[in-house]
Every structure is written in C-alpha cells, then in structure tokens.
Design a protein around this ligand. Structure first.
Ligand SMILES: N[C@@H](CCC(=O)N[C@@H](CS)C(=O)NCC(=O)O)C(=O)O
Length: 222
C-alpha cells in the first residue's frame, strides 16, 4: 500500500494530485504544521529530514517531491499518461521537474524570509532594522531575480497549454506549488499565461480530489 506522509498546506498536495491522476489506491498519514510553520518532530521518524512529502511504498521510503513524482511515473504510469514521449517534450519535462525546486522555490522562500524580518518572531527591538534589511535585499536583488524568472516562465507557456507540451504531465504537478507561491507573493502583475495555466490545473478532477483529501491549500508559509 502507498502511504503519503502529508503535512497540511504543503508540497505533498503534489503527490496526492499525481496519485489521483494515476487512479492509485493510497492512504494518507496526516501531520499538522506547528505554530512556527515547521513540521512536527514525528515526521523525522519517517525520514531524517522531517519534511513533507514522504512516500512509502512497500517498505521503500522516498523524499523530495520531484523524485517522488518521477518514481510514481516510472513505476505506475505504464501507459505513459504523465510524461511526454517526444524528444523536446522529454527535455522540457526534465527541466521543469528540476527547475521548480532547484531555481524557483529558493527565490520564493527568500522572498518570504526577507519579507518577514520586520515581524514576530523577530524580537521587537530588532524589527525596524530587520525590516530595512529585508527591504534592501528585496529591492537590490530578489525582486529583479523573481521578475526575470516570472517573465521566463510566462513566455515558456506562450502557445502551449502545459509545461512539457500539449499534455498535462508530472512537470505541471511539480510546478503547481511554486507558481501558486509566485502569483501569491511574487509581487508581479500581468502574468496571463500563468494565471490561465493555474485555472486549468484547478479545474482538473485530480487536483480537486487532492484538495478535498489533503485539505485547503493557501500557502501562508510554503
Ligand atoms: N524540496 C523539498 C522541500 C520539502 C519541504 O520543505 N517541505 C515543506 C512543506 S511544503 C516542509 O516540510 N516544511 C516543514 C518544515 O520545514 O519543517 C520537496 O520538494 O519535497
């Protein structure tokens, strides 16, 4: 039996979506974020990093959402439903699977952290300095980086419905989390391709079932 170790409001929503796309039976072991937004310590008993998602499959323990999605595709997607077959599609598929966590998420996490330096839990006496520091880093570095990435992703969807071509794939599932974070907190307007792509994802029954089973998804702390 497949078990998804699922932290509420987290990247493990991706895995639920993939399992729903593949129509696989699975169970969910649920974990709630602590007030700090971190995962509870029990998750470290499943995998030493204590992050979500973790997937268990007949004694195998897998972490990292991209690696889990690739595993599910290679192991269970016998019809090749969630991976393109053409050479360019395969290159794009691999690119987005890596890019989501390797390049885009670190910038969005930095945005979250540097945007929080003027607020609790930063001690009261440090908040003014923290806020100035955070604003400085965002203005001089982060916002420009995020704008470059946002334009790149937006243009990559010109004339295509999905990240790896004309069919929905694991690459789209992997991109859901950073795109939602980018649209929510990237501070960039006018990304119509991305907004339409997000709507298409949200209309998929697999995503809707993942939300029903996994719980609301609103990315307060990603
Ligand atoms: N790159 C990893 C990131 C895993 C990760 O940071 N997960 C978050 C949830 S979205 C988490 O477990 N946060 C709680 C914590 O850091 O304690 C992946 O894609 O699986």
């Amino acid at each position: 039996m497949l078990t998804v170790h699922h932290l509420n409001n987290s990247r493990s929503q991706r895995i639920l979506c993939a399992l729903e796309e593949l129509n696989l039976p699975y169970q969910i072991a649920r974990y709630q974020r602590q007030p700090t937004m971190l995962a509870p310590p029990e998750l470290k008993k499943i995998h030493p990093l204590g992050k979500s998602p973790v997937l268990e499959d007949n004694g195998l323990v897998l972490a990292e959402s991209g690696a889990i999605l690739e595993y599910l595709q290679e192991t269970y997607d016998t019809a090749g439903q969630l991976k393109p077959a053409d050479p360019q599609g395969k290159i794009d598929y691999r690119f987005w699977l890596h890019y989501a966590e390797g390049s885009l998420m670190p910038l969005l996490m930095m945005k979250l952290v540097f945007g929080s330096l003027g607020k609790p839990p930063v001690p009261f006496g440090f908040r003014t300095v923290g806020k100035l520091l955070g604003q400085g880093v965002q203005k001089s570095y982060l916002n420009k980086q995020i704008a470059t990435h946002a334009q790149f992703i937006e243009q990559s969807l010109n004339g295509r419905e999905w990240f790896a071509g004309d069919r929905f794939s694991m690459a789209d599932i992997q991109m859901i989390f950073p795109v939602i974070a980018l649209l929510a907190r990237g501070g960039i307007d006018n990304l119509p391709n991305l907004a339409r792509w997000k709507q298409r994802v949200e209309q998929r029954p697999s995503w809707q079932r993942a939300m029903t089973k996994g719980g609301p998804f609103s990315l307060p702390g990603a």
